[in-house]
Design a protein around this ligand. Structure first.
Ligand SMILES: [Zn+2]
Length: 1043
């Protein structure tokens, strides 16, 4: 999956992924679940009463507060430790799927009693690898009647043309019935009914084209072959809802080496829950609602649509058939092979698609919609590329089409493998506002771009998404990780490739590299939290699979691949990747397989020291949580520098033995040639500089290619500050940003004094022309602002920030100039955003003028005079400084069917900027009552990220918990955003106490977000500690410096 989001709110980094959770409201298990829910509710209520009595009783003291706060960490850990043993939740290795034949009939019938359902039938040809009498498949919330489950073997018997049938006495029988007699019965294929969902063919016994999976025996003389089905009797069928498994127990054991067909009919609901096979809709320009059915299977939702081996290593070819009305279009991974009328139902047809190569279940996809497509003639032979979108939006699909045509040959050359499928469809799903999905041959993303908007931000964002998902067509789809514990390889690589492709193909977009640098700051921050984990991670239960699609996997994965690319050299890195993809095509692999090939490729190249292997180097980064900070202590009387590594933690009291293989790059003021020295799994090394000049600074981690922070002795920090004030250009721009980020984070951890960090940023308004260092500084200072806003020093601190920003605000102004560079555009946007957030008068006045110009438009839905990139800050400022009139105007715009997805997202992020508690309450109520599309609800919670919003929102959350839980419990996208992005804005002891009480009351409800809550609690604790550790000294510094 890809990560989206390009908004300037901090939330952009946190929740872009469309990580979606199953909806368990449908299906036939509602009764049981509701019953369980009721019991849990009753127990929770009882607990609530007890707690309330305890809490508000006469004996409650301050000690209690502290104890409660400490409790939450333990409570969350207890929840997380309730793991299901591995053997019970994973699939056994007794069987391997050889081929799926899948037929699905989705019904999108809003007219006749709102019938949104689907029926289907799957036949899975499996090979038995170990003798067993259990066929275990993944399954979730599908209705399956026991009598619709069959198992049989197919025997092919050589006959001559005059032979009589072997079993002439057998009557025709319904193969859907489970055989009751214990004897093996042979039935000829001619007797199988063909008018059902399936027609029987003998092709099920053909071998897969290319696979390392067990292969069937073949026969070529089909004219002399008779196919017979031999039922394998089913003793019973058991279901394990907790682990999403259905087990077919056979009377006799399946034999090693034999092939069997598992044939299951099923049905399910098309819900608006964004996972599995779900319904979605859009409103066309005439105001009509149009429905579509579409899929999202990653990571564990294929099992909601058909029973299957839903783990990535079980790769098999798929023959997919989809039923549709004649006025709709069906799409799947492969091109359409044949359309066949549905005999019994007029107006409906079956679309049969070509068979896929062997692939994992999570990238299977299909869609039924009335979308139309554009395509263009490619100059080179390659796959047919089409972009599909609602008819009215097609004019905005050309950018994505052009970019894809440009990227395909680039990636084919990079991987040295042609795009593996004959076609590539890309769907612009309406309201698929977050993330993207790399389904093989049928990618999904929000990729519409209005060429009139001229927003390079949006352009680079769409391009990055397309590169990411396209890269997965090879890295992920062609070669797949064996298990989700190696997910970081897929996602890290997709993210890394976006940077590579954009740097190569759009060298003038410095913007993208800055996005990467911003992501790095963010990842370094999250990887310092106590609850962080290694990117290669054990997964103990299904809930964890959903929770691993996070910043750490994507960004740290990408960062350490970038470090390897830089360390090995690009040419060797590319060769290693090519070897890997060729060797493991159509198979699955592990990270060790990749490291082994890199080691082989890098051998005898003298790139890394003989004592370092790629595996040891990369394992130190991928299997350990966190990262080190490198300390350089210089001996100014000589040329020696002692280089030391220590694990970076937010709490210096925590000591660890963790060590990394660190390529330490460096340069000095007197010698700007980049050199490298290594810390090879060792604490310390000594570096000899070739300068002893006392005024020559030393700089480490050049261009921030290494995933670590750097600390210096105080004198070197001062030399660097002097350089920045005099001529920042001598220090690479990425390092200028890094120096600031490192200084703030080292100060926060108590490793250096805040004075160094504040002294460092004071150069910005004097000499810094680049966006990156500004971004780094404002990001760090904004985080401190969140904490300080709880105390009486907020005004003092805001003065300091404003003094920094004001000169640049007036220099750049709010007007875009014709010859602005990309850097100037970004810097202006960022400075204006900061100034308005600080409620700087001239900025607010400008925003209100802009907003009122929009309000005055006769057709505001058709014409918005505000420049696209400035819409958020203008809308946010106008709403914050205005009242219901400003709020209602924007809200009404969100109701227009013609609003572009990007504007809708911006509007939702802006509506939460109001400081009126009643407007915030009404906004949250709108979102909870279904007035906002589910995909956009996360933006509502992200938008209320200011002091008034956080207090009001947290109160709303507690007052309306039962409704919130009922509405979003299975919509992980919303649920996770609330607890990751919103709740983490809380930052005082009292907040933590309240959160603990809330957690205790709803512990069971919150199980699916326990991992997320761990990080949220860590962040709250850092802020609480910050107050004790640093508030006084920072306030003193501000006062001393007369702010
Ligand atoms: Zn991805």
């Amino acid at each position: 999956m890809g990560r989206g989001g390009y908004h300037s709110s901090r939330a952009e980094f946190l929740s872009d992924e469309a990580i979606l959770k199953y909806n368990r409201n449908g299906g036939c298990f509602v009764t049981t679940k509701k019953a369980i829910a009721f019991v849990i509710f009753a127990l929770a209520s009882l607990l609530a009463v007890v707690l309330l009595m305890y809490y508000y009783g006469p004996n409650r003291g301050e000690q209690k507060v502290i104890k409660e706060s400490n409790d939450i960490e333990k409570l969350i850990n207890d929840t997380l430790n309730e793991n299901v043993p591995k053997e019970e939740w994973r699939l056994p290795n007794t069987l391997y799927p050889l081929r799926y034949t899948l037929k699905i009939h989705p019904i999108l019938d809003e007219y006749s009693d709102k019938n949104f359902t689907f029926t289907g039938r799957v036949k899975i040809l499996v090979k038995c690898l170990e003798e067993t009498n259990r066929i275990v498949l993944n399954w979730d919330d599908l209705n399956i009647t026991d009598s619709d489950v069959r198992v049989y073997t197919i025997k092919q018997v050589r006959i001559d043309s005059e032979a009589v049938p072997e079993h002439p006495g057998k009557a025709k029988r319904d193969l859907n019935a489970v055989e009751d007699d214990a004897t093996t019965t042979t039935i000829s294929t001619e007797e199988v009914p063909t008018t059902e969902l399936f027609e029987e063919t003998t092709t099920g016994t053909e071998p897969p084209d290319t696979t390392t999976a067990p292969v069937l025996e073949t026969t070529t003389e089909s004219s002399l072959i008779k196919t017979e089905l031999i039922p394998w009797l089913v003793r019973e069928i058991t279901r394990d809802e907790e682990n999403f498994k259905i087990t077919i127990h056979t009377r006799k054991n399946l034999k090693v080496g034999e092939n069997y067909t598992v044939d299951i009919k099923f049905s399910g609901q098309l819900l608006n829950n964004l996972v599995g096979l779900y319904k979605s809709h859009y409103v066309d320009l005439t105001g009509r609602t149009k429905w579509l059915a579409t899929t999202h299977f990653q990571p564990i939702y294929a099992r909601r649509v058909f029973p299957c081996f839903d783990e990535p290593k079980f790769k098999a070819p798929f023959k997919i058939s989809i039923a549709r009305r004649t006025n709709m279009t069906a799409l799947s991974n492969m091109p359409l092979k044949q359309t066949e009328p549905m005999n019994e139902t007029s107006g409906w047809v079956w679309d049969h698609f070509e068979e896929t190569p062997p692939m994992s279940t999570y990238i299977v996809a299909f869609t039924v919609s009335d979308f139309e497509s554009i395509s263009s003639e490619s100059t080179t032979a390659g796959p047919v590329v089409k972009i599909w979108a609602p008819k009215d939006d097609l004019s905005q699909a050309h950018y994505a089409l052009d970019v894809t045509h440009e990227l395909l040959p680039f990636l084919e050359e990079y991987f040295d493998i042609k795009y593996p499928l004959p076609k590539l469809d890309m769907l612009a799903i309406p309201n698929f506002g977050k993330g993207a999905m790399e389904n093989w041959g049928l990618m999904k993303s929000s990729l519409l771009f209005d060429p009139n908007s001229r927003s390079i931000k949006t352009k680079s964002f769409i391009m990055a998404r397309i590169v990411h998902e396209l890269a997965h067509q090879w890295f992920g789809n062609l070669v797949t990780m064996e298990w989700w514990s190696d997910l970081w390889l897929n996602e890290g690589f997709g993210t890394f490739m976006a940077e590579v492709a954009i740097t190569k193909l759009r060298p003038r977009w410095h913007a993208y590299s800055s996005v990467k640098i911003r992501d790095t700051y963010n990842t370094l921050y999250f990887d310092t939290l106590k609850s962080t984990r290694s990117i290669q991670t054990d997964i103990e239960n299904n809930a964890q699979i959903e929770q691993i699609f996070d910043t750490i996997i994507y960004q740290k994965g990408s960062s350490i691949l970038k470090m390897l690319n830089y360390t090995l050299s690009e040419s060797i890195f590319i060769r290693g990747i090519q070897h890997y993809l060729k060797k493991y095509s159509y198979q699955s692999s592990t990270q060790d397989d990749l490291w082994a090939l890199f080691t082989k490729t890098a051998q005898n190249q003298s790139i890394i020291p003989n004592t370092v292997t790629v595996k040891a180097l990369m394992n130190s980064w991928s299997t350990q949580p966190g990262y080190p900070y490198i300390t350089a202590m210089r001996n100014y009387s000589g040329a020696e520098v002692v280089i030391n590594q220590t694990k970076m933690t937010e709490d210096t009291n925590i000591t660890t033995d963790a060590l990394w293989y660190v390529p330490v790059t460096y340069m000095t003021k007197n010698n700007d040639q980049v050199r490298i020295t290594w810390l090879e799994d060792q604490r310390r090394t000594v570096l000899q500089l070739n300068t002893t000049a006392n005024d020559s600074w030393l700089l480490l981690n050049i261009d921030e290619t290494g995933f670590y922070r750097v600390n210096y002795d105080t004198r070197n920090w001062k030399l660097l500050v002097q350089q920045l004030r005099r001529d920042p250009g001598r220090i690479p721009v990425a390092n200028r940003g890094q120096l600031i980020d490192d200084a703030f984070q080292l100060a926060n951890a108590g490793i250096i004094n805040y004075t160094i960090a504040f002294d460092l940023v004071k150069y910005l308004h004097i000499t810094e022309p680049n966006y990156i260092p500004w971004y780094s500084a404002l990001r760090n200072m904004e985080e401190l602002r969140v904490i300080i806003s709880n105390y009486e020093y907020s005004g003092l601190y805001d003065n300091f920030l404003l003094k920094l920003v004001k000169p640049m605000f007036h220099e750049l102004t709010t007007t875009e100039r014709q010859h602005d560079t990309q850097n100037e555009k970004l810097l202006r946007l960022h400075i204006v955003t900061s100034a308005c957030k600080l409620r700087y008068g001239p900025c607010i006045d400008w925003a209100r003028v802009q907003y009122y110009e929009w309000i005055r438009q006769p057709d505001p839905d058709e014409r918005n005079p505000i420049s696209v990139d400035y819409r958020f800050i203008v809308q946010c400022s106008a709403i914050k400084s205005g009242g219901p009139i400003e709020w209602d105007f924007l809200w009404n715009r969100t109701l227009s069917p013609s609003i572009a997805p990007v504007d809708l997202q911006t509007a939702y992020l802006s509506l939460g900027c109001t400081y009126d508690p009643w407007l915030i309450n009404r906004y949250l109520e709108y979102s909870l009552s279904g007035n906002i599309s589910l995909e956009y609800v996360p933006y509502v919670w992200q938008s209320i990220n200011h002091p008034v919003g956080v207090r009001t929102g947290f109160q709303f959350l507690r007052l309306n918990w039962e409704r919130i839980y009922d509405t979003y419990e299975d919509i992980y996208l919303v649920f996770s955003t609330i607890f990751h992005d919103f709740v983490s804005q809380l930052s005082t002891e009292v907040d933590l106490e309240d959160l603990t009480t809330f957690y205790k009351l709803h512990q069971t409800d919150l199980k699916s977000v326990s991992t997320i809550l761990q990080g949220t609690v860590d962040r709250m604790k850092i802020r609480i500690k910050w107050k004790t550790k640093h508030l006084e000294s920072v306030v003193n510094w501000l006062k001393r410096n007369k702010y």
